[in-house]
Design a protein around this ligand. Structure first.
Ligand code: IPM
Ligand code: MG
Length: 369
């Protein structure tokens, strides 16, 4: 298979984690006989520095001309202090979402047995947690009319049936491949848009009678995610609630550095780690590249390369089980960002014969890296 991938490394640790994902994609290409062509483009603070624009036209065109987008991270501390700044890196991301029509943000929350102790929740609550959030990404309060005068301000929240329907169908399809349950999270006791979502989702659910559907108010969901996260399979929700709940859910697994995401687009889809640009660590080769590499696995799945995606996930799981990871995971064997990338690429290229002996780990895998 031949695919063109737009690569947007962005800011902070973005470039170094993206480099590792590209390494791993190349290893997958070698082993499974695919060819990935990469087109690099700027986005975020780096694009502001170069072009005075967080999403230059050229970058959007590169993305639109590609089969998928691999995204690193955006954000720089110089913009964080002033939310009123006219040009901000986040605008690049929001415009990219609109420009590519990225209507569904998918964030899986997975746990790893050797990392349960890193979770702020008790181990017995976290063990076997496995759910996925489907967040609507191009509608709602984020993109409604906004305004202010001296005495007041407003942000309008609007949803059309079509906007609700396309993400709802994706969520139900996903549930069919998982544990057959969708929880739609809203604030239908207060908001008209939420009541509209409920009606639409209830109607669409008739096409998926094999999937269980329940509704939960967002305040309750925020509590349940902490109290009993195992109850969830697919969480379906609007843009703003999804933003908040997915950050809450991201801490369950113990490390932000392990969580990938996919944003499904009308034309091109985008894949990115959920962590930010972590500017303090930029250029230090210590960020965890696994979230970006797992995002690349989600990209492969979108190409219907399921075996390839599974090979990446199995390799990462195996490394974590053997106590191998970047420093923040505080495992037995600490490696740098690029070493983890090298290792995963090596193990993939060598086919599934992953056989790390204690001795090779002790030698810091010197034969490999
Ligand atoms: C996210 C982020 C963005 C959002 C910001 C950076 C605009 O928090 O991707 O979740 O709110 O959607
Ligand atoms: Mg967010």
């Amino acid at each position: 298979m031949k695919k063109k991938i737009a690569v947007l490394p962005g800011d902070g640790v973005g470039p170094e984690v993206v480099d590792q994902a590209v390494k791993v994609l190349d290893a997958v290409g070698d082993r499974f006989d695919h060819f990935f062509e990469y087109c690099y483009a700027d986005v975020g603070a780096i694009a502001i520095d170069h072009y005075d624009d967080p999403l230059p036209e050229m970058t959007l065109e590169t993305c639109l001309g590609a089969d998928a987008v691999l995204f690193g991270a955006i954000g720089h501390p110089k913009y964080d202090k002033d939310p009123n700044a006219k040009v901000r890196p986040e605008q690049g991301l929001l415009r990219l979402r609109k420009g590519l029509g990225l209507y569904a943000n998918i964030r899986p929350v997975t746990t790893y047995p050797t990392l349960l102790h890193l979770s702020p929740l008790k181990e017995e609550k976290v063990k076997d947690v496995d759910f996925v959030i489907y967040r609507e990404l191009t509608g709602g309060i984020y993109f409604g009319d906004k305004g202010r005068d001296e005495k007041s301000a407003f942000d309008v929240c609007t949803y059309t049936y079509e906007e609700v329907e396309r993400i709802t169908r994706l969520a139900f399809e996903a549930a069919r491949q998982r544990n057959n349950k969708v929880t739609c999270v809203d604030k239908a006791n207060v908001l008209e848009t939420s009541r509209f979502w409920r009606d639409a989702v209830t109607k669409i659910a008739k096409d998926y009678e094999d999937v269980e559907l329940d509704f939960m108010f967002v305040d309750n969901a925020a509590m349940q995610i902490i109290q009993w996260p195992k109850q969830f399979d697919v969480v379906l929700t609007s843009n703003m609630f999804g933003d908040i709940l997915s950050d809450e859910a991201s801490v369950i697994s113990g490390s932000m550095g392990l969580l990938p995401s996919a944003s499904i687009g009308i034309k091109t889809s985008m894949f990115e780690p959920i962590h930010g640009s972590y500017p303090q660590a930029a250029g230090e080769d210590l960020a965890n590249p696994m979230a970006t590499i797992l995002s690349a696995a989600m990209m492969l799945e979108s190409f219907e390369l399921f075996e390839e995606a599974t090979a990446i996930r199995t390799t990462i799981r195996h490394l974590l089980e053997r106590g191998i990871g970047t420093a923040e995971l505080a495992l037995e064997n600490k490696f740098s960002c690029s070493q983890i990338g090298d290792m995963i690429a090596y193990l993939l290229a060598e086919s599934a014969s992953i056989n790390l002996t204690d001795q090779s780990i002790a030698q810091r895998l010197s034969t490999i890296i």
